[in-house]
Design a protein around this ligand. Structure first.
Ligand code: AMP
Ligand code: ZN
Length: 461
């Protein structure tokens, strides 16, 4: 039985989907720049959730948004639109910027074996749905107009703050909200922004030309594709206090009931123990890691080693260690791949059950990986290989690419080489006693000699 930790209730709960197909909404990227490895950890996490559900036999209808308008420099609705800032800087249109970074994003996630959700929803393709949503909230008395937009009135929504469990005063103190004097409450947030003339992305609305707020995008697209009550909503932990709190307020205000059963949040990735941010210059992209010689799946392995609800500290030593472990995993698996031996069915079933229990316990991938490692220590067998490939449906490590270890290039001391040459001469002279004596001498020096038709090779023992 799959158990998932629900941020809303702060408990692990047995997962019970509403209908036959699991509905899942995942907050997607804002496509104004490259995704960094922290962002990508969150999508690896989303992928592990999806893979676990599929492994357990569920069908999924997943939606991920592409935010190509409305995400302002501060999540609390202040500052310029991130897309417009990037467009100005690069002297391109926001649409060109969005198309470019969306394309790179999909290449990045493909390199990490992250499956694409069934529906990819671009915010700019859903402006009408958002306008209707805002209008409905306005008509129900949850929104009000100011000179620069339509705002959600959080005083009308009694449960505001239930996800983060922060009271409003804490939220205001923490958010450093620039006070917009026309807002009734500092934490009221924009549903729709009226666009100044120079704003490139703008659409007609009942409130004049403008563009949607970031939070409304997710509520409107989730509702459109997945309906008024969904099974799972996922995102990074930074979204809990503002973005998801606001989504809950909008959606529950509109529907009059809860709209998400399980809220899942992936913890952050840190770099050298601190915050990762573009301004600190410590963000890396998958392309940069590849340029440094790391395989993208070594990064995936690195992510899999830590439970999604724990912070993960990125260091190059850690990544290097993950890469070594990943290639050892492929090498050990190869011994099973080339075996024609079998393993007792009860042994296979034991590992299958252990792996299933680990992933079902709130997607405990580090434990599941440990079970795989233990299993690989069994005598080589084709059944172990087949089961490892089954586990890979969750792990996504391309285990079918198991390969033999590359022979270590060894430095053979000159002395050993000379003895080997003397031994070759003794063999040619059919002096077997001398040849054996020299072989033993080489062995004592820590090397072994492998004869072949045309000569020999030397290996470290
Ligand atoms: P954005 O493109 O800024 O909307 O962020 C995309 C996703 O990455 C969101 O789900 C964020 O919660 C997540 N995210 C941002 N920074 C990090 C980080 N350092 N570690 C993990 N996830 C992050
Ligand atoms: Zn969202």
């Amino acid at each position: 039985m799959l158990k998932l930790y629900n941020t809303l209730t702060r408990r692990k709960e047995e997962f019970q989907p509403v209908g036959k197909v699991v509905t899942m909404y995942s907050c997607g990227p804002t496509v104004y720049n490259y995704a960094h490895i922290g962002n990508l950890r969150t999508y690896v996490f989303m992928d592990l959730v999806r893979r676990t559900l599929k492994y357990d036999g569920y069908k999924i209808k997943g939606v991920m948004n592409i935010t190509d308008v409305g995400h302002l420099l501060s999540d609390a609705d202040e500052g310029e639109d991130k897309m417009e800032v990037a467009a100005k800087k690069l002297k391109k249109s926001p649409y060109e910027i969005a198309a470019y970074y969306t394309d790179v994003f999909f290449k990045d996630i493909a390199a990490l074996n992250i499956g694409k959700p069934e529906i990819i929803a671009k915010a700019t393709d859903h402006i009408d749905d958002m306008i209707k949503y805002v209008q409905a909230l306005y008509d129900k008395g949850y929104a009000y107009e100011t000179s620069d937009g339509i705002y959600f009135d959080i005083s009308k929504f009694k449960d505001y703050g239930k996800l983060s469990r922060l009271n409003l005063e804490d939220q205001i103190a923490g958010a450093r909200v620039e006070v917009n004097s026309e807002k009734r409450h500092p934490a009221d947030f924009a549903l729709w922004k009226k666009a100044p003339k120079e704003h490139i992305m703008q659409w007609p609305s009942p409130w004049g030309m403008g563009y949607p707020g970031w939070h409304i995008e997710c509520s409107a697209m989730s509702r459109k594709y997945l309906g008024p009550l969904i099974d799972i909503h996922s995102g990074g932990v930074d979204h809990i206090p503002v973005h998801h709190e606001n989504e809950i307020a909008q959606s529950e205000a509109l529907e009059g009931h809860k709209t998400v059963n399980t809220w899942l949040h992936g913890e952050f990735m840190l770099v050298d123990g601190g915050k990762m941010s573009k301004s600190l210059g410590n963000t890396y992209t998958i392309a940069q890691l590849e340029e440094m010689g790391y395989h993208p799946l070594a990064f995936r392995y690195f992510c899999l080693n830590t439970h999604y609800r724990k912070k993960l500290n990125f260091t190059f030593e850690g990544l290097k260690a993950a890469e070594t472990a990943y290639s050892r995993l492929l090498n050990q698996l190869y011994e099973h791949k080339i075996s024609d031996k079998a393993t007792a069915p009860e042994v296979i079933e034991k590992y299958r059950a252990e792996f299933g229990a680990a992933v079902d316990d709130d997607i405990n991938i580090p434990l599941a990986l440990g079970i795989l490692w233990t299993m690989l220590k069994e005598p080589a067998s084709k059944d172990i290989y087949a089961l490892a490939l089954d586990f890979d449906k969750v792990l996504g490590l391309s285990l079918d690419k198991a390969k033999p270890a590359e022979k270590e290039k060894i430095e053979v001391p000159e002395e050993v080489r000379q003895i080997a040459e003397s031994r070759l001469a003794a063999r040619k002279a059919k002096n077997w006693a001398e040849s054996d004596r020299l072989r033993d001498q080489i062995a004592e020096m820590g090397y072994s000699i492998i004869d072949s038709k045309d000569g020999y090779t030397i290996e470290k023992k």
